[in-house]
Write a protein that binds this ligand. Structure first.
Ligand code: XUL
Length: 521
């Protein structure tokens, strides 16, 4: 039997998924919720509460404690880890962990005491800034200025200097705690930190997640000397190597063999970011299939043939774990904006779906909306911007069906426009996240992208991506074969584009573009 374990250390939980690559079956899923299962870390949502909404740090020991708790929970279910042949996984992107000794230079993990007690003395910073942190605007401006402006940062690293990205975060640490920074032997990402814990030695950072640091030169696959110098002193000595995602980074440390019954020598493949891992878990590592995740915020991601960058400066380029590159575009006004419209017009979710499918038509009789109820990342808008154009009732939020369709059309047009730079027209779009159950939204997406919309039955695509990557490395099966076994779209939920919808949105695209230009974005 070929069993492979995928782990996903995300913002609010650590989850595990085991696949049997021969049988094409997911044989186990388990998770530890940080807030509920480990309340002693005082992090109900996975990070340390802070009155300043810009400061979002987590306790790295929470992630370590969760690993012990999760593996223990799985053993308690009677699962035998000895049959697992390989492990890989993912971490929330951008978050950074600061160590005073490289793991591996410290004594090996002792199986007699919990991991947290052994990791605690190795931390040079008690907390890890995570992707929700937005406190580094000054550092972003300084880094961009030092290298010749944001267009230079974009062309080297694939993204402009971004608050949550790791280089600006490291710079802020150096500026605010220079002594602790000087004592730091290694700065690593959540993904590589988890791989380091598992192997008991300092794990390299993979191209998928490394590209989210504003430090990696995408063309050479090495840390950019100019960006290292612009971020913090001596940073080159403190970073692990950057490696292709398919790199074996070691074997499970004896701690895991003795405590949880893994076979000695179990291979560990480089961990990656949760979005690159989801690209695998959604079966979208080849160009032509895009993924839209409809969550609190919405994201669009897809494989790219070429390492193109967003000329408008909003999108990101990360490494594709199967080789090459991927784009990721994040929209802050996702479900929160849809919920805001539903609340204002008093529509339940079933009524919201019916409004789109039965009560309105593509183009919405010329009723349209700028959908920025909250500050937005794509396009970059620091203050909310909601403008309605159309009938008086629509403009007053008194035409519920038209108001419901308008937010969904605006969001879909925005996703289409802001992913146009990748140079790939998807023939199918895989939609995941809570709102993917709404067929009205799926139909608008099908018509705007003129593509087939598919949904999948597995919701934990990041952990599945980890298990699939471990299986691909362990069995050398082609990706297509693994996808045929594990990533099967639900044929009853498929939505095709409609000729009338495609025609309507082809016209509306130009109108939406004019609105964006009028906003100066
Ligand atoms: C991506 C990003 C988030 C985190 C969530 O740039 O910041 O999607 O990866 O875990």
């Amino acid at each position: 039997m070929g069993l492979f374990l995928g782990l996903d250390s995300s913002t609010q939980s650590l989850s595990a998924l085991v696949i049997d690559s021969d049988a094409g079956q997911v044989v186990l899923q388990e998770a530890v919720n940080f807030g509920q299962d480990l309340p002693e870390y005082g992090s109900p949502h996975g990070f340390l509460p802070n009155e300043n909404p810009q400061l979002r740090h987590a306790d790295p020991l929470l992630w370590v404690a969760a690993l012990d708790r999760l593996l223990g929970k799985i053993v308690a279910r009677g699962f035998d880890f000895a049959a697992v042949r390989g492990v890989s996984g993912a971490g929330q992107q951008h978050g950074s962990v600061y160590l005073n000794t490289r793991i591996g230079d410290a004594p090996a993990w002792s199986s007699g005491s919990p991991l947290t007690d052994q990791v605690r003395p190795l931390l040079s910073r008690a907390s890890a800034p995570i992707w929700l942190d937005s406190s580094t605007s000054a550092e972003c401006a300084e880094i961009a200025a030092a290298v010749g402006g944001d267009p230079v940062v974009v062309s080297v690293t694939g993204s402009r200097a971004i608050e949550r990205f790791t280089g600006p975060q490291i710079r802020r640490f150096w500026k605010t705690e220079p002594d602790a920074y000087a004592k730091t032997a290694e700065v690593t990402l959540v993904s590589a930190f988890m791989a380091s814990i598992l192997t008991g030695k300092s794990a390299p950072i993979d191209y998928g997640d490394g590209a989210g640091m504003n430090l990696l030169d995408l063309k050479s696959g090495t840390w950019s000397p100019a960006l290292l110098a612009a971020s913090a002193p001596d940073l080159a000595q403190k970073l692990p190597r950057a490696v292709p995602s398919a790199t074996k980074v070691g074997e499970l440390a004896p701690y895991f063999v003795k405590r949880y019954g893994f076979a000695p020598g179990t291979a560990v493949l480089a961990f990656t970011g949760d979005n690159p891992s989801s690209l695998v878990g959604m079966g979208a590592t080849e160009p032509g299939t895009a993924v839209i995740s409809l969550g609190t915020s919405d994201t669009v991601f897809a494989a790219m043939r070429e390492p193109r960058t967003d000329p408008r400066g909003y999108g990101h380029v990360f490494g594709n774990p199967a080789g090459g590159f991927m784009c990721l575009i994040s929209f802050a006004n996702g479900s929160l904006a849809r919920e805001e419209v539903a609340r204002r017009v008093g529509l339940s979710w079933p009524a919201f779906e019916a409004a789109i499918l039965q009560q309105t038509t593509p183009g919405n009789d010329d009723n349209s909306m700028l959908p920025y109820f909250f500050p937005e990342m794509t396009p970059r808008l620091l203050t909310p911007r909601v403008e309605l154009e159309g009938t008086a009732a629509f403009r007053a939020f008194q035409d519920p069906p038209a108001n419901a369709r308008a937010i969904v059309e605006a969001q879909a047009l925005s996703m289409q426009r802001h992913s146009d730079w990748i140079g790939e027209r998807p023939s199918s779009v895989r939609v995941t996240g809570g709102a993917s159950k709404n067929r009205g939204i799926l139909q608008v997406l099908a018509d705007v992208f003129d593509a087939r919309i598919e949904t999948l039955s597995i919701s934990n695509s990041a952990a599945l991506g980890g298990a699939l990557r471990a299986a691909q490395a362990g069995t050398s099966l082609p990706w297509a074969e693994l996808y045929a076994r594990f990533v099967v779209p639900d044929s009853s939920a498929r939505v095709e584009s409609s000729p009338s919808g495609v025609l309507a949105y082809a016209g509306l695209r130009a109108k939406f573009a004019r609105k964006m230009l009028a906003l100066g974005v």
